[in-house]
Design a protein around this ligand. Structure first.
Ligand code: NAD
Length: 428
């Protein structure tokens, strides 16, 4: 995730190109609050997480030495309810980045109308260099370090970059040991056997796919035969390709970090999924590969950036042929490009809306853990659809009434309930 993701999300504030993620997130939130007519007090409460914990985690390494890792947990705002959000293991994570990401989670919770505020955690490490045993000890050590401020009614962690259901299982087990009871609702993204939810793995992609359907309806575009380009063929991109094919769309382009495949008559997605490796790469197996840059400018109806940040910029935004762009990745469109696409009447569905599916199904997992009764896959997906469609409509209507683009409208919807809840509580 790059430093420009949030300033890009604003689609405004051109002068902020070099600001860090936290500063630019604050600027966007400030802007949304002003458009809603809230006072500076509202900004004072939302401009930083209400709680930020820095921890040092000693881990016994396989060679007998002890290594001390640095970790963070940020809780942005718990006026609406407990905080929720992922824990990432990453060699470049910083305190400011974790703070900003917790604010993004608050926005997603507000947009999806979940009874939560945003949280985020991280450990500075390179998980690829750690053994299975070291990863387990690090995961358990992190839970011990943050156990005072987390819990099913306080702050609920989840998977994020380079963390998975196995790591969630270790963390849940450690928390249960500390609390001396089985606490499934402490964390989401668990294996099914330990109280995970059906549909959690593909939830992010399904949320994005539902946004594609809604955007197509607005533009009067039938998905049957609509031509789709997806940048990135990892977890998000491959599921989106599958869902879109099921809806009758023609996936004409896909890409990975090594290049892109394009066929105006449609690609064989089933075959590509079979040949794809666990890193989401497949293009190097084929002849006639084009570059990612070329792919973005190819003829299509819908473009879905699902790889990385800053892919649609002032340089290529004029050449995008799609009528609809749905941001499945975080921050793929720069702020200048957002304006160019907007001026060209290309409908851009922002990341904080298109990416809200994951946290929504985390909420469903938490609900199922609380009630001890589990839903089948259809029920999870139906409920997700209901939430995302409602979120989309709310953002779309606000963009029309406030005469702002969908990105600015999404930020406005995202902050509104937090401010109102803070007012009811007498905080501001
Ligand atoms: P992943 O690691 O599984 O896959 C990433 C894909 O992008 C791979 O195919 C990789 O080869 C490709 N890629 C990497 N760098 C690239 C580059 N510079 N140019 C072109 N392709 C490149 O990751 P993921 O879980 O699929 O997540 C991708 C993005 O989507 C992230 O921003 C993530 O936060 C977001 N995400 C979105 C959803 C959603 O559906 N809304 C769900 C999960 C993750």
């Amino acid at each position: 995730m790059g430093n420009n993701e949030v300033q890009n999300s604003a689609g405004e504030n051109k002068e902020n190109e070099n600001l860090n993620l936290l500063t630019s997130t604050q600027i966007v939130i400030h802007d949304a609050l002003k458009k809603l007519g809230f006072t500076e007090n509202a900004f004072e409460i939302l401009k930083e997480p209400i709680r930020m914990l820095n921890v040092r985690i000693p881990v016994r390494m396989d060679d007998g030495s002890v290594k001390v890792f640095t970790g963070f947990r940020a809780q942005h705002n718990d006026s609406v309810g407990p905080t929720i959000g992922g824990v990432r293991f990453h060699p470049k994570i910083s305190e400011d980045e974790v703070k900003a990401l917790s604010m993004w989670m608050s926005l997603k919770c507000g947009i999806s109308d979940l009874p939560f505020g945003g949280g985020k955690g991280g450990i500075l490490c390179n998980p690829r260099t750690l053994s299975f045993g070291e990863l387990e000890r690090l995961s358990r050590g992190y839970v011990r370090s943050i156990s005072q401020i987390v819990g099913p009614t306080k702050d609920i962690p989840a998977p994020d970059m380079y963390t998975n259901s196995q790591i969630m299982a270790w963390m849940m087990d450690e928390y249960s040991r500390l609390r001396k009871f089985d606490s499934h609702g402490f964390i989401t993204g668990k294996p099914l056997l330990l109280g995970g939810s059906e549909g959690r793995e593909e939830a992010g992609a399904l949320g994005a796919a539902i946004c594609i359907e809604e955007a197509a309806k607005i533009r009067g575009l039938s998905l049957k035969g609509a031509r789709l380009i997806i940048q990135g063929f990892g977890n998000a991109g491959s599921y989106i390709a599958k869902f879109m094919q099921q809806s009758g769309a023609l996936v004409v382009g896909i890409s990975d970090v090594y290049g892109a495949l394009y066929d105006p008559d449609g690609l064989n997605i089933e075959y590509l999924l079979q040949r794809r490796d666990s890193f989401g790469t497949v293009t190097s197996l084929f002849d006639g590969v084009i570059t990612n840059e070329e792919l973005l400018e190819k003829e299509c109806d819908i473009l879905v950036p699902a790889a990385t940040s800053n892919q649609i910029t002032a340089k290529n935004a004029h050449s995008i042929k799609a009528k609809i762009v749905v941001e499945a990745a975080n921050g793929p469109t720069t702020m200048e490009a957002t304006k160019i696409l907007s001026d060209r009447n290309i409908l851009l569905v922002p990341d904080v809306l298109a990416g809200a599916g994951g946290v929504t199904v985390s909420y469903f997992e938490w609900v199922q853990n609380k009630q001890g009764y589990y839903w089948d896959e259809k029920e999870v997906k139906d409920k997700l659809r209901e939430k995302i469609i409602s979120a989309f409509q709310q953002v779309y209507e606000l963009s029309n009434t406030s005469k702002v683009n969908l990105r600015v409208a999404a930020y406005m919807v995202g902050v509104r309930k937090m401010v109102e809840a803070s007012e009811f509580r007498g905080w501001i």
